[in-house]
Design a protein around this ligand. Sequence first.
Ligand code: F0G
Length: 459
Amino acid sequence: MPYEFQTIIEPFRIHSVEPLRLTSPEQRHAAMAEAGFNLFNLRADDVLIDLLTDSGTGAMSRDQWAAIQHGDESYAGSPSWFRFEAAVKDLFPFRHVIPTHQGRAAEKILFTAIGGPGRVVPSNTHFDTTRANVEASGAEAVDLVIAEGLDPRSLHPFKGNMDLEALDRLLRERGADVPVVMVTVTNNSGGGQPVSLANLRAVSALCHSYGVPLFLDACRFAENAWFIHEREEGQSERDVADIVRDMARLADGMTMSAKKDPFGNIGGWLALNDDGLAERCRNLLILTEGFPTYGGLAGRDLEALAQGLSEAVSHDYLRYRIRSTTYLGEALDRAGVPVVLPIGGHAVYLDARALLPHVEPLTYPGQALAVALYEAGGVRSVEIGTVMFGRHPDGSEHPAPLELVRLAIPRRTYTQSHIDYVIEVVTAVARDADRLGGYRMVYEPPALRHFTARFEPLD
Ligand code: F0G
């Protein structure tokens, strides 16, 4: 009988290391005050464990670094471009692939082409840059996630699913104003929750019955496909790459930040089937990003991404990836810290509204918690709540539907002992959460305010 071992280990060993800098609580408090209590304003050297984002922060593999040496920097028609295009089309068989420097550049091009005043763009939940690019075009961004997706304690296996009835209603009433329906996989702003194939199939059928195209915001496509593999009936024997192809075939196009699942430090693309729209988008690309065979990227970046795409759908990697995020979330849940359940793919989301009920929503409980985690243990997280989503195009401010603090896990970067330390820090801060007070925003930019806002503690 072969032995069966339970421990899920990192399916890699460390080849090159980066130092981390230890700081004292006094140093961190001074750094935080200097940064206007906005974690985006910190110097990264002052952060011990950086869980601000999983975007561009993953460790590249030996084979990606090797691929970089093959980078061909020809302005037009580089072999690196053809390798990149083939790798994208292998998973996402769209007719046109338009490379961009990151996801929001693809969004900007798409919504410049098809957005505009009077238009409305539904999604399960738009991420911040997607919403901002929709709104910057003059269009309206609408979130239509299922009700369970807004309940942090609901154990629904696919909390990223679109509310089909709500989508049907919107398409019936305003179909002519809807240039595209977006589905974000996984649903980042809603807790990193997956969307099922069945839901995607139904959304696709609904969109097409109204003649409206469906686009995926596909940054975390491989993690979403792994959840489908693990949770959806009839999918557990399938190759994740095939599940990804199924997801793509249901859509008419995609926007992509390759800084997430494809292990890029930079990169993205827009892909689509519509020839006319692709031509308009390419012309916009040339204005701001670059020639269509490199977009905003160097040939070496295209090579790293082509290799990264093949690593992103490895079952051993995805099993480890999702299990290690769950490990952090389950430990916090066991310690009584309110977290969004089930645990998402790329991040654990703390429920700041549940943890800090004494902090008024418009004095930013999520921000208060994020600052406290940094000051206590040098852990940098990000608020995904009223600071990020509370200001509306009409100038009003309302509490966001969910008041979350996200601990995003960079890919292949931190070890289990780093995560054990994070568990200790979060548990300690949560135990004393009643001592935390709110914040006042003293500087606010006109859009995407969370990146550069400045705060002062209220007391
Ligand atoms: N869509 C989603 C779902 C995202 O999570 C992001 C970025 C983007 C689009 C934009 O991509 O950064 O390459 O321009 N999310 C990062 C995050 C920044 O921290 O979640 P980008």
